[in-house]
Design a protein around this ligand. Structure first.
Ligand code: FES
Length: 141
């Protein structure tokens, strides 16, 4: 994970279950899509049940957020095939299937299992208390 002032702030306030610094887990009040440095709050943890996903907004850019067995993953929302919203696909394990033409994507990597050339970008996820935050920049494409 890249070092940045924004990341240092997030690490200082991270939740116990994912924090490796051992810092306390202060709670911040929810106020919608509020940017914290390079990350944006997009949802509460209880909005995305295990085995589901949804489209959320990161600084004006739609991304697809999924909960795979309690671990959150985010990929670009636009399907490279014909631009369909990946966040509206059906999730099974770590694979989301697009409703329009049934292309399959691994939500943990962004890899398209149907057509390898259609790989989509993946984004970092940070959990702060009950909030899900997503990085504004893709980690790979
Ligand atoms: S638009 Fe995604 S499978 Fe066709």
């Amino acid at each position: 994970m890249p070092e940045s002032p924004a990341l240092a702030v997030l690490q200082a306030g991270c939740a116990e279950e994912i924090c490796s610094t051992g810092a306390a887990a202060p709670r911040s009040s929810w106020s919608g899509a509020v940017a914290i440095g390079d990350f944006v709050r997009v949802a509460h943890r209880d909005e995305i049940a295990p085995g589901t996903g949804k489209t959320v907004d990161v600084g004006g850019m739609p991304v697809a957020l999924f909960n795979v067995d309690g671990v959150y993953h985010v990929i670009h929302n636009s399907c490279p095939h014909e631009d369909g919203p990946l966040g509206e696909g059906e999730l099974s394990g770590r694979v989301v299937t697009r409703p329009w033409h049934a292309y399959e994507f691994d939500v943990t990597s962004g890899e398209c299992l149907t057509e390898p050339a259609y790989r989509v970008e993946k984004f970092e996820v940070w959990i702060e208390g009950d909030d899900i935050l997503v990085g504004k920049e893709a980690v790979h494409g």
